[in-house]
Write a protein that binds this ligand. Structure first.
Ligand SMILES: [Zn+2]
Length: 397
């Protein structure tokens, strides 16, 4: 019998992660209306009508209840895009009890996790072009670590726990990116915009669509831009983003459908990137954003709902990868085995018998029945919380 550890939980073909940047204690009014309008909130308005969370829940998450979202939280008072510009409301995450309560409410939702996205997001200048992203402002490793730890403490003050992972602001790592992340206790990090491989045909080896270790931290790839529109989203016809998608199709024969299909075919990570709000202080629309892209997101998640995918938060993804990377299956005879791990005494993982659709069950060493295998993608598989270094048996049933 040939046993293997499945690449992804429940022998799914690909994991799907929904990643939303720049949740913050910020609001930015665009209209003269006294009531909150859709898009004007970056998180400050919590669960109010037309808030970021209200819009996202009603227009996407409630329709696709399996989606798992990782939000990237700006912890301190965020800077504007240029000096002199202002948000309507802008404070650190620990300044309002209501906002802390909202963050706690999000964090208690098993389909949501909050991750780290810096303190101020960077340094504004007179011109927008001179904006420095947060990691670009760190001139020494010591200072980088000091600032990250200050942000981690703000996160902990609000939520009672430290963030497990995060993402650079603007994907800019500066001179001390990797070292500063490795030295500040993160389990995973989104280091790059990896969709650049598809978008710009980059061959740079730093970018890829799979998980890997970077100085002991899991590098989670970001692979799909939520504003790459399907050409079937006719509501966005004649918008700049639609024309770009049309250009990609006509000139390069690329569509978002083919990109997702290729990730899926190769069992790679499908991680969809979004921003919480369209509005910035300079009056420009930031893309991607959940409001402009909502029809496209509904289209993408409908497409994915017909596939065999595993919806996961970034931390769940990282944890599965860590256990898979540390596990070895040792066969003791044809149907008895142990899982060996240097790291832990118990581990939840998915074992598979490849290309085998017979009926099997897992037993303990005293032949006591534990669980039946299931069959999917031509393989028999079982997800179970195993004890490591303990003998298990598999028998046909
Ligand atoms: Zn950001």
């Amino acid at each position: 019998m040939k046993l293997e550890i499945a690449k992804w939980k429940d022998n799914a073909v690909s994991p799907v992660v929904f990643m939303v940047d720049d949740i913050a204690n910020i609001a930015i009014k665009q209209s003269n209306s006294s009531s909150l309008q859709i898009g004007e909130d970056w998180g400050h308005y919590g669960r109010d009508k037309n808030s970021m969370w209200d819009f996202l829940s009603n227009n996407l998450l409630n329709k696709f209840p399996k989606i798992k979202t990782t939000f990237f939280l700006v912890t301190d008072k965020r800077v504007p895009m240029a000096l002199g510009e202002e948000y309507t409301y802008n404070k650190s995450i620990v300044e309002d009890k209501e906002f802390i309560d909202f963050l706690k409410y999000l964090n208690s939702n098993k389909n949501v996790e909050l991750a780290y996205h810096g303190t101020t997001h960077g340094e504004a200048a007179i011109n927008h072009e001179d904006f420095l992203q947060e990691w670009e402002t760190f001139h020494t490793l010591e200072y980088a670590e000091e600032e990250i730890n200050r942000g981690r403490e703000l996160f902990k003050k609000a939520l009672g726990v430290y963030p497990m992972g995060g993402k650079y602001c603007g994907y800019k790592e500066g001179n001390f990116g990797s070292d500063s992340i490795a030295n500040t206790s993160f389990r995973w990090w989104a280091y790059h915009w990896d969709g650049i491989i598809w978008d710009k045909e980059s061959k740079d080896s730093r970018y890829n669509y799979d998980l890997e270790f970077n100085q002991g931290v899991i590098d989670i790839p970001t692979t799909v831009d939520g504003s790459t529109l399907s050409l079937r989203i006719f509501k966005r016809l004649f918008t700049r983003k639609y024309l770009k998608s049309l250009y990609m199709y006509i000139i390069k024969n690329k569509t978002i459908e083919r990109h997702i299909e290729s990730l899926y075919h190769n069992q790679q990570v499908i991680s969809i990137q979004e921003h919480s709000s369209p509005y910035r202080t300079d009056g420009k629309i930031q893309y991607p954003n959940i409001v402009s892209d909502i029809d496209n997101l509904n289209y993408i998640f409908t497409l994915l709902s017909k596939k065999d995918v595993w919806y996961a938060t970034c931390t769940e993804l990282a944890d599965y990868f860590i256990s898979r990377s540390n596990l070895k299956i040792v066969m003791e005879d044809n149907n008895a085995f142990k899982l060996i791990s240097k790291k832990s005494d118990t581990v939840e993982t998915t074992i598979i018998i490849k290309e085998n659709k017979n009926l099997y069950a897992l037993y303990d060493n005293n032949d006591k029945f534990i669980s039946r295998f299931k069959i999917k993608n031509n393989d028999s598989y079982l997800t179970y919380n195993f004890n490591t270094n303990i003998l298990y048996k598999i028998n046909a049933i």
